[in-house]
Ligand binder design. Structure first.
Ligand SMILES: Nc1ncnc2c1ncn2[C@@H]1O[C@H](COP(=O)(O)OP(=O)(O)OP(=O)(O)O)[C@@H](O)[C@H]1O
Ligand SMILES: [Mg+2]
Length: 437
């Protein structure tokens, strides 16, 4: 067990094409004179001298023999924050450690090594061997049960750390996916791909017993609908665990080779926007700013700018108002970064049929999920007005025509379809702009 209160660690990375980790840097968390948390990162000399070294973050942490410092986000650099557990993983770790008083370094150290991206963390200069054993789909019923119990205990108690989970269960909790981000319960499992061949890694997302509809099936349907609408979306399927549906989303940041899993570097849009989760940071949550960053960073900026436009449009058309910047990312399996496939697509049905807001600004009228607003900044997405209009008209027609059949084919029940029906191509989407076709 790791001692609590750790304030520094080594940062390891899997280099492009490699399976083994190498030591890249040291990260230290301290405080400045005013008592604010300050993070420092220094690349190792031997890492910098490697011809194949890649930066942990090509914008904020370029390869250079300097001490990087940040006072933002409790001293966390964006790339490290992306590799840290989020709401779900933190709850698991706090239960496991028996303490809510952990440093950000503790969260990095406690979380398991199946985190998104190519980074890993530890207290030894030498990196650990890559993990070879993963949860299997056969374990899902048990893992789901563990997740249910954790949630039930949280719901039942105001106490942050009720003593109901007993020690052997506490050990087991770490089987739950602690390092992958997001708020919903999830684990990482290894399973064969539908096309056959060696197993691949999947993110397994559980339904919660207090969900109002079958999230697994609905998210699966939205990923399918996104593909039908021409988006590059993560592959998914549904499996049963203890008679309940579990969504498996194939991990796009891992690729199996003979020697093990290669890992893609991954940065969230939150990091590309140099932004945090707080209210003040929300000014920077913007597709329009994101596309500028993408144009600087991407290995194919034109294709990715168009893809981001389609994604913003799709989110507006399915009222996915939870499209916050952790729900977009770039990945680099080799040296070049590309926009990652779309993931975490959920339709919402806010009461208003006149105005719904995305989580990120999408044009001159801010976050308004509206065709005219999306069109207003189309040039930044390297689209002419005519091209953008055509994309909007086509996708709107596709979503209207296809959402129901796609949902039903994905096994969404009639009742759940009724529940989500109001999400698709809501009236306000067209306020101000009649469809051209
Ligand atoms: N297919 C995938 N391959 C690799 N990483 C992924 C994949 N899908 C999601 N992730 C990573 O896992 C994180 C959590 O996944 P996801 O967003 O689906 O969970 P969530 O709990 O529904 O999130 P939220 O809190 O936004 O509702 C993402 O932010 C992303 O970093
Ligand atoms: Mg998410």
């Amino acid at each position: 067990m790791i001692s609590k209160g750790a304030r520094e660690c080594f940062v390891y990375i899997a280099l492009p094409g490699q399976v083994e980790l190498v030591t890249a840097a040291r990260f230290m968390l301290g405080t400045d004179r005013a008592g604010n948390a300050r993070g420092e990162l220094v690349y190792g000399r031997s890492y910098l001298s490697r011809p194949d070294a890649v930066p942990i973050d090509p914008v904020e942490l370029k390869l250079a023999p300097v001490t990087y410092q940040t006072l933002n986000m409790k001293g966390m650099f964006g790339a490290l924050r992306d590799a840290s557990p989020d709401y779900w993983g933190r709850r698991v770790i706090e239960r496991h450690s028996g303490s809510g008083e952990l440093t950000e370094v503790d969260y990095l150290l406690y979380s398991s090594d199946d985190r998104a991206g190519a980074l890993a963390f530890g207290l030894n200069r030498e990196p650990p061997a890559p993990r070879r054993h993963f949860n299997q789909t056969i374990d899902l019923a048990h893992l789901q049960d563990l997740a249910d119990r954790l949630i039930a205990q949280e719901n039942a108690s105001e106490q942050p750390l009720p003593a109901v989970i007993q020690s052997e269960q506490v050990q087991e909790l770490m089987l739950l996916g602690t390092a992958m981000g997001g708020a919903r319960p999830k684990v990482v499992v290894e399973d064969s791909p539908p096309e056959g061949g060696p197993p691949v890694l999947w993110l397994a997302k559980f339904n919660r017993t207090d969900d109002r509809f079958n999230h697994a099936r609905v998210e699966h349907a939205m990923l399918r609908l996104a593909s039908e609408c021409g988006l590059h979306a993560a592959e998914s399927r549904i499996v049963q665990a203890g008679h309940r549906d579990v969504l498996l989303v194939r991990r796009f940041d891992r690729a199996l080779t003979g020697a093990g899993y290669r890992r893609a570097r991954m940065l969230s849009a939150l990091t590309l926007l140099r932004s945090g989760d707080t209210h003040q940071d929300r000014d920077r949550w913007s597709y329009v700013i994101l596309v500028e960053e993408l144009r600087r960073l991407s290995g194919d900026s034109r294709a990715d700018a168009h893809e981001l436009f389609r994604r913003m449009l799709f989110n507006a058309l399915i009222s996915n108002t939870d499209d916050h910047p952790r729900n977009h990312a770039v990945i680099a399996m080799d040296t070049a970064f590309r926009l990652a496939p779309a993931y975490d697509l959920t339709p919402f049905t806010p009461v208003s049929i006149e105005r719904r807001d995305l989580a990120m600004s999408s044009g001159d009228r801010g976050r308004y999920a509206n065709a005219d607003n999306l069109l207003s900044q189309c040039a930044r997405f390297l689209l002419t007005r005519a091209e953008a209009r055509a994309l909007i008209d086509t996708m709107e027609a596709q979503v209207r025509a296809r959402w129901y059949a796609t949902a039903r084919a994905a096994g969404v029940s009639e009742g759940d379809c009724e529940h989500i029906a109001g999400a698709f191509a809501y009236a306000g989407f067209r306020f101000g702009t009649p469809a051209t076709s």
